[in-house]
Design a protein around this ligand. Structure first.
Ligand code: GLC
Ligand code: MG
Length: 535
């Protein structure tokens, strides 16, 4: 506890910021090629400011053959002409900063594209070369030169690809995404240069792709007792029981040496003014292992995927809140919260879809926004968009192409802005969006929802406004025990209550600030959440 007469240092902006994830391909297309782009984002920054977010995270816009929607980077310090130019990113940054918005860019350090000059050089230079040593090339095993170990790609199939001279290279994702060797100092130096390049240009931070994966067990030994996935999520992203966890052996993830990388990056970032920040995408096994990434000299934040992985259940949500706060408390970090992103099924659909799924999604969002720390929203969730059933012939996710499982395209369908027919203002009328947009989205467009005070868009806007009032409600959270189907949390003067049960329940004491759906007098209906303030 802080003594009352000690001045509280001003918290850095990111500590309680609401971040909005812009999936660049699908946000807004300015030039009619069917692919969203940087000028498209710039022209909608005012929309984001009005919605009430504090910061924007933009997914990769770097030159890329786009085998994994830009997460296969061929040049880390330029812009893919399909998305714009360096001048466009400069404009975007200037405009965002004018509007008081921060901008975080995506950094993809685990792997490059196979079209990156380094990988091309590695192929020509051959076994034993300095060029190959930037990646994880290995000779085959045994007489037949079999694949060096038993690892599988997150996207399905083997994690090794053989090149014509007989060596294999590791790719934890697609074959077009060769993993770098982070034990090689050249790799570290290259990425420190990339950080500086974007920091010099004025970005406010980075989102680190696959932050738990950079270092592999040095021996590259076999994985023992491999757990096969039972859901659509890639194998490293499933919720496992404590018993399963004990058996999980992951020589490719979350190795202790990865933390040295983040200590080095922290030193780089701290040479810049303005509280620049780094948030890691670290899919680790426990809240405690996640917290190790946000020790005071490492990353500023990691995404906390616990709630996103939890079922619709007050008990499960309560465990998430308690577990998260306890874990970040160990290292003095602030928590983060997230329900959707471009890799998972959208949360209204996860919660059952339709009217009930949307009601639950709004309730979960409102509850999450009451908690201390920062929240990450994914474009389109403010419209209540559901996962789209993209027709097989239109799917583009390498997960689908490699394994024939549905993949992530359904969460990546472009934003509907206005109008009654596809492409709903996403791209020029008559142009073809990169993924087809549903025929029944007319009521869901931004323009339609702006007219309707009961819309999901209006609810998000109001919730983000209300959240600002409680910015100083403190970090202490009490999870109120007692009602098994109701999650009730108190934070300073604020109470948030979420009814996950089947019957209406009495609202706790206090004045209602807002609710995720209609209330029934002093009763909170099922699938509904409310904020109350004690007078
Ligand atoms: C991250 C990204 C995902 C991408 C993968 C490989 O998980 O969020 O979209 O496919 O990394 O870069
Ligand atoms: Mg375009």
């Amino acid at each position: 506890m802080r003594a009352p007469d000690m001045p509280t240092p001003e918290a850095p902006w990111w500590r309680d910021a609401v971040f909005y994830q812009v999936y660049v391909r699908s946000f807004a297309d300015s030039d009619g090629d069917g692919l969203g782009d940087l000028p498209g984002i710039t022209s909608h920054l005012r929309y984001l400011r009005d919605l009430g977010v504090d910061a924007v995270w933009i997914t990769p816009f770097y030159p890329s053959p786009q085998h994994d929607a830009g997460y296969d980077v061929a040049d880390y310090t330029d812009v893919d002409p399909r998305f714009g130019s360096l001048a466009d990113i400069d404009d975007l940054l200037a405009r965002a900063h004018d509007l008081g918005l921060k901008v975080v860019v995506d950094l993809v350090p685990n792997h490059t594209s196979s079209e990156h000059p380094w990988f091309q050089q590695a192929l020509t230079a051959g076994p034993g070369s300095r060029e190959r040593a930037r990646y994880l090339f290995r000779p085959g095993k045994g007489r037949g030169g079999a694949q060096p170990n038993n690892w599988e790609s997150v996207f399905g199939g083997p994690a090794w690809e053989r090149v014509p001279d007989g060596e294999w290279y590791l790719h934890l994702f697609d074959t077009t995404q060769p993993d770098l060797d982070w034990r090689n100092p050249e790799v570290r130096a290259m990425f420190e240069g990339v950080l500086r390049f974007w920091l010099d240009r004025g970005v406010d931070g980075f989102r680190v792709d696959v932050a738990h994966g950079l270092l592999k067990a040095k021996s590259l030994r076999d994985q023992r007792g491999h757990v096969h996935g039972g859901t659509d999520l890639p194998a490293d992203r499933q919720q496992r029981s404590a018993a399963e966890l004990r058996d999980v052996d992951e020589p490719m993830w979350d190795q202790p040496e990865v933390h040295d990388v983040y200590r080095a990056w922290r030193r780089v970032v701290e040479q810049y003014d303005g509280d620049r920040m780094v948030v890691g995408e670290a899919w680790t096994q426990t809240p405690e292992s996640m917290a190790r990434y946000v020790r005071p000299d490492e990353l500023h934040q990691t995404f906390n995927f616990a709630w996103l992985l939890a079922p619709w259940s007050a008990a499960a949500f309560a465990d998430v809140v308690r577990g998260t706060l306890a874990a970040v408390g160990l290292v003095g970090a602030a928590p983060t919260w997230v329900l959707s992103n471009h890799d998972v099924v959208r949360h209204p659909t996860r919660y059952g879809g339709g009217t009930r799924g949307l009601a639950r999604a709004r309730a979960a969002t409102l509850t999450m926004l009451a908690l201390p720390g920062s929240a990450y929203l994914y474009q389109g969730e403010e419209l209540g968009l559901e996962e789209v059933d993209v027709p097989p012939e239109a799917r583009q996710d390498p997960v689908w192409l490699r394994t024939g499982t549905v993949g992530r395209d359904g969460a990546r369908v472009p934003m509907p802005w206005r109008g009654t027919r596809a492409p709903y203002g996403f791209t020029k009328a008559g142009a073809t969006p990169w993924l087809p947009m549903p025929d029944d989205w007319a009521p869901l467009t931004v323009a339609a929802q702006r007219q309707d005070p009961g819309s999901t868009w209006a609810f998000y806007r109001e919730a983000l406004r209300a959240r600002r009032r409680f910015a100083h409600a403190g970090d202490e959270v009490e999870v109120v025990e007692g009602r098994s189907t109701v999650l009730e949390v108190r934070r300073g003067p604020l109470t948030a209550v979420c009814n996950c049960g089947r019957r209406p329940v009495r609202l706790p004491a206090g004045d209602v600030v807002l609710a995720s759906g209609p209330l029934e007098g002093d009763l909170l209906p099922p699938d509904t959440a409310a904020w109350l303030v004690r007078g």
